[in-house]
Design a protein around this ligand. Structure first.
Ligand SMILES: [Zn+2]
Length: 423
């Protein structure tokens, strides 16, 4: 339909007159000490104005803005919602023995219907407003992401990789007790990359299915690394505009992966201790994203379950992480530990990161801006600035001086709506 120019001008002028002077914002958070996630120092007496799911503005001191809902932060800290860079939603390795709650499409659907809403809500209540799931069952994880995005299920915004790209064969997570369950699991969580053509086809399938970031495993089911297939996989991901990161990777293969263009890591490269830094320093220098997913090891060791091989594996990962952080890798806040009860996520991850010597500001940025930018490739999340998606939390205390404040989340706003209010 075409509108005559004069009429169009009149219509738009009327729209401005109707909307501009009378519209109140949706939410104003007043009297906040604002840690905005940009790297700047916190500012006191901040007002955060939220409208249509976005940050409309940040004003210091008095504001003339009005809103449907005013939340007085009482001088407490307001910061961007937390983003967990690595958590599998369908697995439970936390229980002993580990539980695989889905062994068929029917049980996966039932799990989403009966269990998942409670689990996701629990993560949201901890201030986790986004979560990256690397490896979960397709198509169920794609459906779940859509159900959360539409508001049908309340929970953190999900970013997903879907199945993992790997050499064909059994994936270690497929511990279903029957052959049928194991076959179902492998089919749902992995896509093969045995040849360059197959690697490109699998990447194309993931991208057309809607994966946000692609994830691969380079240690399973092969004697030596199939370099031509991995090169094709990474090239195809980039050709289609997607980032691709490693889940499991031998440290000795990192130089090749850097040459091929890998975008980061969601576990530290393991299996080999890079004692002289020749393998991993370059990845650090490039500032590639790297989480410290050491929580499981530390738990096993603390509970006395770890054998000498476990401890050696832990020490290797820890050494490689420290080396890469020292060289400049970007720390990411990530728990992994599928099945970990949500209230334990923040204390576990901050404990691991502090134990590695990271300062509180680095840890806060690792859970906000840096995971959004460096892993997810999103510049509209992870900071509190005009135009950003309005995901923010109110915490009791100053997490810059006391990380335990992050466990005292009082209010969660996600997508510009009040999602949790514990006050
Ligand atoms: Zn994982």
């Amino acid at each position: 339909m075409k509108i005559r120019p004069g009429l169009a001008m009149a219509v738009s002028a009327l729209a401005v007159m109707l909307s501009a002077p009378v519209q109140a914002a949706d939410i104003i958070v007043t009297n906040a000490t604002l840690f905005d996630g940009t790297g700047s120092d916190p500012v006191k007496n901040a007002n955060i104005i939220i409208e249509d799911g976005r940050i409309k503005g940040v004003e210091i001191g008095d504001t003339s803005e009005t809103a449907t809902l005013v939340i007085d932060a009482g001088g407490k800290t307001v910061m961007p919602g937390l983003i967990n860079a690595h958590f599998h939603l369908f697995f439970d390795f936390y229980s002993s023995p580990p539980v695989n709650p889905a062994t068929s499409d029917e049980t996966a659907e039932a799990y989403i219907r009966d269990v998942m809403p409670g689990r996701l809500q629990s993560h949201l209540e901890q201030g986790i407003t986004s979560l990256f799931s690397p490896i979960d069952y397709a198509p169920h994880i794609f459906n779940l992401r859509d159900q959360v995005a539409s508001g049908e299920i309340s929970g953190p915004r999900l970013f997903i990789s879907g199945p993992i790209l790997m050499h064909s064969g059994n994936h270690y997570a497929c511990s279903g007790d029957t052959d049928a369950a194991k076959a179902w699991c492998n089919e749902r969580i992995s896509l093969p990359i045995d040849t360059p053509d197959q690697a490109r086809a699998s990447v194309q399938k993931l991208v057309s299915d809607g994966a946000d970031v692609l994830v691969f495993d380079a240690v399973s089911n092969q004697e030596t690394l199939q370099k031509d297939a991995f090169s094709a996989m990474i090239d195809e991901a980039h050709r289609l505009g997607k980032r691709i990161v490693s889940h499991n990777l031998d440290a000795r293969d990192v130089p090749f992966m850097l040459e091929a263009g890998i975008d980061g890591f969601i576990h530290a490269p393991s299996l080999f201790r890079d004692t002289d830094g020749t393998l991993l320093t370059e990845a650090g220098k490039r500032g590639l994203p790297l989480p410290a997913t050491l929580g499981f090891y530390q738990r096993y060791i603390a509970e006395g379950h770890a054998n000498s091989a476990d401890i050696e594996e832990y020490e290797t990962q820890k050494h490689n992480i420290e080396l890469m952080y020292a060289a400049g890798a970007t720390p990411l806040f990530a728990s992994d530990m599928p099945g970990l009860p949500a209230p334990e996520v923040v204390p576990t991850v901050t404990g691991v990161m502090s134990g590695l010597g990271l300062d509180n500001k680095t840890i806060l940025l690792s859970a906000t801006r840096n995971v959004a930018r460096n892993l997810l490739g999103r510049d509209d999340l992870g900071t509190i600035e005009p135009g950003q998606i309005a995901d923010l939390i109110l915490v009791d205390g100053d997490p810059l001086t006391d990380l335990a404040a992050l466990t005292r989340v009082e209010v969660v706003i996600k997508d510009g709506s009040l999602a949790v209010d514990k006050r």
